[in-house]
Design a protein around this ligand. Structure first.
Ligand code: ZN
Length: 308
């Protein structure tokens, strides 16, 4: 069975100003890599629909949605935090990035595709129930998870977050929700600074020391994530796929390489094979060094579709 590749043209129109690292070129770099390396030949391409307001409001306060709609500028930029701003296309891109996760959850839950990779932006994992922050507006993976829980009556979904920054927004949304197990690694002491200790029993936070490399990641996955995932037996896995822990990415200080992302993805595929009929939805989060981002997303997708 083929995997899904989901994107939307609005991902290329949202931008936050000249020189901002969270740029439209990130999506283009990944797309070009997947295309030029033949990986899209093994995938079915879909255009992301816009998420509905009801789908967004399963995980976000209605006031948050209303404030973003009101804040959307007709021209120029409007800042929502010092690093995060909206241009006239941002809201459209945010609806479609969340909609990509909804479509991916549908495709995978119904068995139309084995897995799905969403090459979309803006990213989502810092967006809390109530706030946009850290380049994120709507929490895409959370919207996808909530859709799978509501529409397909799933009882156990695992959220795996390997972005170098902690997914504080996802934690805020799912802390204490026993239907969701969130396992994550992130660099200790990095943005968003104050969210290392888990706030609920369904969260497995594994901070990694600055300057540590792939061996520390592999140890964390083997000793912390896999036992938690095996005990949980997820019916679906959703991945917050950030590639900013790569050694060439100067947003952080971890030293992962392409082979680490491939290994990590193979572990996720194995868990999905054991419990979840192979169902994996992967959604782009961070990753700011364009060549490394493209190679790492390529390694991730290659393992996801079993072409490695
Ligand atoms: Zn990040």
């Amino acid at each position: 069975m083929l995997a899904a590749y989901i994107t939307h043209p609005s991902s290329l129109l949202h931008e936050m100003g000249p020189g901002h690292p969270e740029s439209p070129e990130r999506v283009s770099a990944i797309h070009d890599y997947l295309l030029s390396h033949g990986l899209l030949d093994f995938m079915v391409s879909y255009t992301a629909p816009a998420a509905t307001r009801a789908e967004i409001e399963r995980v976000h306060d209605g006031l948050h949605v209303a404030e973003l709609i009101a804040a959307a500028p007709g021209s120029g930029y409007r800042h929502v935090d010092p690093d995060t701003s909206m241009n006239p296309h941002t809201l459209d891109a945010a609806w479609h990035a969340a909609g990509a996760a909804v479509l991916a959850a549908e495709l995978v839950a119904t068995g139309k595709t084995s897995s799905a990779f969403c090459n979309v932006r803006p990213a989502g994992h810092h967006a809390t129930r109530r706030e946009a922050m850290g380049f994120c507006f709507f929490n895409n993976v959370a919207v996808g998870i909530a859709h799978a829980l509501a529409k397909f009556s799933m009882r156990r979904i695992a959220l795996i977050d390997f972005d170098v920054h902690h997914g504080n927004g996802s934690e805020d949304i799912f802390s204490g929700d026993e239907r969701v197990l969130m396992v994550s690694t992130f660099e200790r002491g990095l943005y968003p600074y104050n969210s290392e200790a888990p706030t609920g029993p369904n969260l497995c936070n594994v901070p990694l020391e600055p300057y540590s490399k792939g061996d520390a990641l592999r140890h964390a996955v083997t000793t912390r994530w896999l036992p938690a995932l095996d005990a949980f037996r997820p019916e679906m896995i959703i991945v917050s796929a950030g590639f900013d822990a790569h050694r060439e990415d100067d947003m952080a200080r971890l030293g992962w390489v392409e082979a680490d992302y491939a290994w990590l993805t193979r572990q996720i595929v194995a868990v999905a094979g054991r419990y979840a009929k192979g169902r994996i939805v992967s959604v782009l989060e961070g990753g700011y060094c364009l060549p490394a981002l493209a190679r790492c997303a390529g390694a991730h997708v290659r393992a996801l579709i079993g072409a490695d």
